[in-house]
Write a protein that binds this ligand. Structure first.
Ligand SMILES: [Zn+2]
Length: 174
């Protein structure tokens, strides 16, 4: 679900321009969040303190709340072989997919240990968020947090227009 809308501006018979838009919410303080979301954000910051990020020094925590209200968290993990590390969001999403795949994710909060700036997911994590959202058939709200402000998008799809999707078997047979 993308709460955006498309505006087609016809140029000629075959070429047109499409404007992609979506709405997001900017919270100027954690106190503007619901108690449940505030607890999730606090958990993401707690998680960030436990990150394993000796190379970058940039600890990140991610926390999800499932539809049951259960919360799970994870941190980024770095490796001696640099590309083998992984972001907190993907560590968390893969863990949830492994152990809790029957229960949809309602919302994810992402925060860095220093909390100086909001912490938007990288491109790879956006794709995996989108994969997860498609698989569970319902949107995942994303809370990108600093210590003071939070930007909230209503669906991971908002963060990745033109996300990759494997063609279905039917499409491959065409
Ligand atoms: Zn990432």
């Amino acid at each position: 679900m993308v709460r955006g809308w498309l505006l087609r501006l016809l140029r000629n018979n075959t070429t047109f321009t499409v404007r992609y838009e979506f709405e997001y919410t900017r919270h100027e303080s954690v106190s503007e969040l619901s108690a449940e979301d505030a607890a999730l954000v606090a958990l993401a910051f707690e998680a960030a303190e436990r990150a394993y990020a000796p190379h970058s020094g940039f600890g990140v925590g991610a926390a999800v709340r499932l539809v049951s209200g259960r919360m799970e968290w994870a941190t980024n993990q770095e490796s001696e072989v640099f590309p083998s590390g992984m972001c907190a969001e993907r560590v968390l999403l893969y863990g949830c997919q492994t152990r809790l795949s029957e229960e949809p994710i309602e919302v994810i909060a992402v925060a860095s240990a220093d909390g100086a700036g909001e912490c938007p997911p990288c491109g790879a994590c956006r794709q995996v968020l989108l994969d997860t959202e498609r698989r569970q058939g319902r949107p995942i709200r994303v809370l990108m947090c600093s210590r003071t402000t939070i930007t909230e998008v209503p669906s991971a799809a908002c963060l990745l227009p033109f996300g990759f999707e494997l063609p279905s078997e039917a499409e491959l047979k065409k």
